[in-house]
Design a protein around this ligand. Sequence first.
Ligand code: SUD
Ligand code: ADP
Length: 285
Amino acid sequence: MKIKAYAKVNLSLNVLDRRSDGYHHIETIMQSINLYDVVQLEKSSNGIQLTCEGIKLPCDSRNIAYKAAELMIKRFRLQGGIKIHIQKHIPVAAGLAGGSTDAAAVIKGINKLYGLNLNDKDLSNIGLEIGADVPFCIKGGTGLAMGIGEEIVPLPTPKLDIVLIKPGASASTKVIYQLYDELKEHVHPDVRGQAEAIIKGDLKKVCKLAANGLEAVTMKICPEVVQAKKALIDSGCEVALMSGSGTAVYGIYRDKFAAQEAYRLLKRNYLTFLVKTIDEESANG
Ligand SMILES: C[C@@](CO)(OP(=O)(O)O)[C@H](O)COP(=O)(O)OP(=O)(O)OC[C@H]1O[C@@H](n2ccc(N)nc2=O)[C@H](O)[C@@H]1O
Ligand SMILES: Nc1ncnc2c1ncn2[C@@H]1O[C@H](COP(=O)(O)OP(=O)(O)O)[C@@H](O)[C@H]1O
C-alpha cells in the first residue's frame, strides 16, 4: 500500500490559554498543500521495520511514524507486524506537520491493511495520542482546528497559489510555545473571521486576516525567518506568513503565473517549493 502523506500550512493561528499539562488551546486554519511524503506499508509477520530515504531521520521509536505503528499494534493486539518505508520530501521541523502526516498515514494504512474498520473519530483519537497535529493530518483538506488542534470544523478549500521557503534554521514546537508564554504582549489573529472569509470565498480578506501568533517568537530567535519573509514580500506576494511554529514561511500569490515567477527567482537563494492548496478528497486520493 502506497499513501501520499500531505504537508499543511496554517493560514492563521491564534494561541489562547495554557493547559496545566503545558499544551495550549489554539484556534487555527489548517490547510493541506500538495507537498507530500510517500509512505509505503506492508504487513509483516511481526515487529516494526522502518526505513527512510530523502532526509536522514531516526528509524526507531524516535520516529513518530514508528510510534504510531507501535500504538496501533498494541492497542488492537494485532497478530502481525508492519513494514514501513518513507520517502521524505517535506522539510523537517518546519511547521509543515511532516512527522504528523507520516504518523497519520501509518494509522490510516494499518486500519485498512488489518481491516480494523475504525471510524474517523476513533482514528482521530488515536492520532491525538501521538501529537496535536495528527488528527488534522488524518482528515486533510481545510479545517478550523480548536482545542489543542483536534476539534476540527471542515471548511471549503480556498484555491491558493503558494511559494514556500524553508530557511536553514529549524525550530522546536515545544520551545516556541514556551517562549510564547514568556512574551508580555501577544497578537491574537482573527481566525474565526478568516474562516468566515473562506466560507464566503473572499480571498482578499483571507489574505488580509492571515496572521500567526507564534511568528514573532520564532522570528526573535531565527533571523532567517525574517529574511525569508522579506524575500517573499519583495517577490510580489499578496501576503507572507510563517507556518505553525516555523521555520517555513510561505507567500500567497494573486495567480499561478505570479507564483511561478516568484519561485523561479527565489529558488536561486532558498530551499523553495511551488505548491497549491488541496481539498479533503485530493488529500485522501
Ligand atoms: C504549532 C502547530 C500548529 O499547527 O504546528 P507545527 O508547527 O508543529 O507544525 C501545532 O500546534 C503543534 O502541533 P504538534 O507539532 O503536533 O505538537 P505536539 O507534537 O503534540 O506537541 C509538541 C509540544 O508543543 C506544545 N504544544 C503543542 C500543541 C498545542 N496546541 N499546544 C502546545 O503547547 C507542547 O509543549 C508539546 O509538548
Ligand atoms: N517521520 C518523521 N518525519 C519528520 N520528523 C520526524 C519524524 N519522526 C520524528 N520526527 C522528529 O520530529 C521533529 C519535528 O518534525 P516535524 O514533524 O517535521 O515538524 P513540525 O511539527 O514543525 O511540522 C523533528 O525533530 C524530527 O526529528
